[in-house]
Write a new protein. Structure first.
Length: 146
């Protein structure tokens, strides 16, 4: 009788462990589907116009990413811009996949994003160049496997 109770308890524990790890694995996979990587700018101390900037990449579907970033000046400047470079890792080397530039005049900030269909089976990241008047900086996001 004691052996049956022990086996019953072991079976209950094993079932609970299986359920816990099974569910947490599904939650982790769901989180990976909505993966986002953000990289922030490193500002040089002598800059007077550029305040901040970031690069961002998100997986938004099968073979689809949203890539872009933001540049913010410390005050309204004559020109603020961002150049977004989407890079793909090929044979261990980051290569430019596509790029674009967005500019604005007499502004404090600019944001630019695009949704792109990309070939699967590669790592992608976003590298942005940030400009506010005569100041410049750059940022790089983390990478995502698509």
């Amino acid at each position: 009788m004691k052996r049956k109770k022990l086996l019953s308890k072991v079976a209950a524990i094993m079932t609970a462990v299986t359920l816990i790890f099974g569910v947490s694995g599904q939650i982790a996979n769901a989180a990976e589907e909505r993966a986002v990587q953000i990289g922030y700018i490193t500002i040089q101390p002598r800059g007077v116009y550029l305040q901040s900037g970031f690069s961002k990449i998100s997986k938004v579907g099968e073979g689809k990413i949203t890539a872009g970033g933001n540049t913010t000046a410390q005050k309204i400047v004559s020109s603020v811009s961002i150049t977004v470079h989407v890079e793909r890792k090929v044979n261990g080397v980051w290569k430019e996949y596509t790029s674009w530039t967005a500019k604005d005049s007499n502004a404090i900030a600019i944001t630019s994003y695009k949704t792109l269909s990309v070939p699967k089976g590669y790592y992608y990241r976003v590298h942005c160049a940030h400009y506010a008047s005569s100041d410049e900086g750059s940022s790089v996001s983390g990478s995502l496997y698509i």
